[in-house]
Design a protein around this ligand. Structure first.
Ligand code: ADP
Length: 156
């Protein structure tokens, strides 16, 4: 199914000059970028975004880390995009992530793990509307679509 998902390129990646490297990996995979912006996150949006971690001891640290520089939010579209993007990103702890994944190749840490990615279709929808206005999401024809997917995959 054609899906939309959401990633945040975190402050450690901005500081380490990895924006192009990370965006390029999603582009090369065949995912379509339909929204992209730099933003300075504040407490209120981070407390909502990380509400599932509110009772964890590291909650304050992750919130402050996510505010330490601007971040880049990207909305991606593709067939089964939520799962495909989670696979490209890899598991939370960078030093245990498979080589080839973004965290496996670019991170040694559980906190500074370069990228956030939505973990379900439901959360992707909520996160896209939390971080992007409707007019910041673009609908346009991408000419490589019929080479990225078969006809069958596009009609599912
Ligand atoms: P993921 O980002 O892989 O979906 P979680 O939703 O569990 O993982 O956690 C959100 C973010 O909180 C992680 O990406 C990481 O930056 C941070 N985090 C998670 N666990 C820890 C931990 N034990 N110590 C410090 N930071 C953590």
């Amino acid at each position: 199914m054609m899906e939309r998902t959401f990633i945040i390129i975190k402050p450690d990646a901005v500081q380490r000059s990895l924006l192009g490297e990370i965006i390029g990996r999603f582009e090369r995979k065949g995912l379509k970028i339909i929204g992209l912006k730099m933003m300075q996150l504040e407490d209120s949006i981070l407390e909502e975004h990380y509400s599932h971690l509110a009772d964890k001891p590291f909650f304050g640290t992750i919130r402050d880390f996510m505010k330490s520089t601007p971040v880049v939010g990207v909305v991606l579209e593709g067939v089964d995009a939520v799962n495909a993007v989670r696979l490209i990103v890899g598991p939370t702890k960078g030093r245990e992530a498979d080589a080839g994944s973004i965290r496996g190749d670019l991170s040694m840490s559980i906190q500074t793990n370069v990228v956030h990615a939505s973990d379900s279709l439901e959360n992707a929808k909520a996160e896209i509307s939390r971080f992007f206005k409707d007019e910041e999401i673009f609908s346009y024809k991408k000419v490589d679509l019929n080479f990225v997917y078969s006809e069958d995959e596009l009609s599912q």
